[in-house]
Design a protein around this ligand. Structure first.
Ligand SMILES: [Cu+2]
Length: 178
């Protein structure tokens, strides 16, 4: 029985080594095993970023989400930017809006479950933060250009957030996760 145990162990070791090198090959972008790359496979490059017909064509519930008035006083809210299918989504902090550099750009994005959203400060408008209304995430309060904060959205839902110092001016945002 000892020999069986041994060879089994060697087999396992061999498999482990093989999958590691396969993974490495995938990372370096060698085109050999592209078929199994989920990132390229699942990105159908749909360009709906600036679709402004959000009201008319989608009869689906939430097609014309008003976020319970969350965006009523947000000058730069221009519908929900569809980023579903992207696994990395960026939002600018401090875009020109709401009487100064007090906007999130875009104010509202729709992403797929598991997406990491990265907020990047552009250095304008003083200090900002990114604070979820229900406390699931909260960034530092900073003004440095290039500062980033990221959060990975694992559950479906609507996540409203704001920059606390400028919330009353309309510096508010939302991430819709589906
Ligand atoms: Cu702010």
């Amino acid at each position: 029985m000892t020999s069986t145990g041994l060879s089994r162990r060697r087999f396992t070791a061999l498999v482990a080594t093989t999958s590691i090198s396969a993974a490495l090959a995938g990372c370096t972008g060698s085109s050999g095993d592209a078929a199994s790359d989920p990132e390229t496979a699942e990105a159908p490059a749909e360009n709906t970023e600036t679709s402004d017909s959000s009201g008319s064509d989608s009869g689906a519930a939430g097609g014309t989400q008003n976020f319970d008035g969350w965006f009523d006083d947000v000058e730069n809210f221009d519908g929900v930017v569809d980023e579903t299918g992207s696994d990395a989504v960026e939002v600018d902090v401090g875009v020109e809006a709401n009487g100064g550099a007090f906007g999130f750009g875009p104010a509202a994005v729709r992403v797929s479950k598991g997406t990491t959203v990265t907020w990047t400060w552009n250095g304008k408008g003083g200090t900002h933060n990114v604070v979820h209304t229900d406390g699931e995430f909260e960034s530092e309060l900073v003004g440095d250009e290039g500062h980033t904060f990221e959060y990975t959205f694992e559950s479906a839902g609507v996540y409203k957030y704001s920059c606390v110092p400028h919330e009353t001016l309309g510096m508010k945002g939302a991430v819709v996760v589906e």
